[in-house]
Design a binder for this molecule. Structure first.
Ligand SMILES: *Cc1c(COP(=O)(O)O)cnc(C)c1O
Length: 405
């Protein structure tokens, strides 16, 4: 049976759907490991991994088995009752990450919103900030999600424009600038919310030592350090958490995306007793948060990440990928950045939009995503092999040296 032409899917989407995305012209229908296939049967190496949500590879058989088994037993109870998957999920994620308390949510943005609510409450009830005065410091070019609360402190015009009015209480400082953080802190500052590496901004890695300094400043001023590890966490950068590259510990850690291996939206706020302990019954919640299906899927997703050595593999293959990208001699390339398997190639402005390079890569069998006009983001599943990295590098090199004129 032949499937309808690609253009048919795309035009129907355009006709009925809100046009809030601009996808590449490929219609996917199957995935396995690092590969996806389109409706015509063409195979692609997935170098986006759904923005790091399918780090364990597409349709990982053990996560699939856990999901199917749980789906046939019990899917949702709401938190009005206990379920037998929540306690083991709490225990396992707390042990793995060294956290004391866990708040389960669904999307990444919900984890961010939940953290904001929790640290404000902590600020009023523990730190003693006057009610309604809590300040949270964030960074320019941040990406923390799409809810109203979050886009209000974005510095990206398209993200904010005509969505206001926005909630007050946020101060924006440059990323990677310790002096700016020190200047911005006041007695009413309750938290500093930051990505360890700015992902959507184009894989921006702060100067070495930045987070050591951030940790010291936050401790000195009794400010909660919230690390948004929704993209960097769970092995993407070659460590379980990106904070480990600088040997620091956040007060609040946000996880999402790969927490379910791409099967289901699962996110979590991880913290100590002091912050999450301020939340009392009736003060926060989510119908689907902590449901048995989510917990079973997340438990399996965490288990395979560790048992199958994916974090170590991300470190090894990430280094190979980065070295390979750096050795590409093309005058289209302005900068190459990366840590673990979170990588980016920034093009010269004369090279034109990154989008057309992504379209060219698609014809070579690689799916990657442009970000911010001139940058190509590479983030394959953490199960990628050396041969697959080399295969990708050959095609990326050919594409970047191609003459589009
Ligand atoms: C993707 C992402 C989010 C938002 O997650 P959603 O599940 O899309 O709401 C938040 N922070 C970072 C760093 C992200 O990469």
């Amino acid at each position: 049976m032949s499937s309808p032409p690609v253009a048919d899917f795309i035009s129907r989407e355009a006709r009925f759907g809100a046009r809030n995305y601009e996808p590449l012209g490929v219609v996917l229908s199957r995935g396995e490991g690092v590969f996806v296939w389109d409706t015509q049967g063409n195979r692609y190496l997935d170098c986006l991994s759904a923005y790091s949500a399918v780090d364990q590879g597409h349709c990982h058989p053990k996560i699939l088995a856990a999901m199917v088994e749980q789906a046939g037993r019990l899917t949702l109870t709401s938190r009005a009752f206990h379920n037998d998957q929540l306690a083991p999920f709490y225990e396992e994620i707390a042990e793995l990450t060294g956290s004391h308390k866990v708040l389960p949510m669904n999307s990444g943005a919900e984890a961010v919103e939940s953290a904001i609510k929790s640290v404000r409450k902590w600020g009023y009830e523990v730190k003693g900030v006057p009610d309604g005065q809590a300040e949270i410091i964030v960074c320019a070019n941040n990406f923390h999600g799409r809810t109203l609360g979050i886009v209000g402190f974005s510095t990206d015009a398209a993200t904010r424009e005509h969505f206001g009015p926005f909630a007050p209480g946020f101060k924006i400082i440059p990323f990677g600038d310790l002096a700016a953080l020190e200047d911005a802190i006041t007695p009413n500052t309750v938290a500093f919310l930051v990505e360890p590496i700015q992902g959507e901004a184009g894989v921006i890695i702060p100067p070495a030592g930045y987070f050591t300094g951030v940790r010291e400043l936050c401790t000195a001023h009794d400010v909660m350090l919230i690390l948004d590890e929704i993209q960097t966490g769970l092995g993407r950068t070659g460590k379980l958490l990106a904070e480990q590259h600088e040997g620091i510990e956040a007060d609040v850690t946000l996880l999402g995306k790969a927490l379910s291996g791409g099967f289901y939206p699962v996110s979590a706020v991880l913290s100590n007793n002091e912050v999450l302990g301020t939340l009392k019954p009736g003060q926060h919640g989510s119908t689907f948060g902590g449901n048995p299906l989510a917990c079973a899927v997340a438990r399996a997703a965490l288990r395979v990440l560790v048992e199958e050595g994916m974090i170590e593999n991300a470190a090894v293959q990430g280094e190979r990928f980065l070295k390979g990208l750096r050795s590409i001699r093309a005058n289209t390339v302005r900068d190459v950045r990366g840590r673990g398997l979170m990588l980016a190639v920034e093009l010269n402005t004369e090279a034109g939009r990154a989008r057309r390079y992504c379209e060219a890569l698609q014809t070579e069998g690689i799916l990657a995503k442009d970000t911010h006009e001139h940058t190509i983001h590479f983030a394959p599943p953490l199960v990628i092999t050396s041969d697959q990295v080399d295969w990708a590098l050959e095609r990326i090199a050919a594409t970047l040296t191609q003459d589009f004129a």
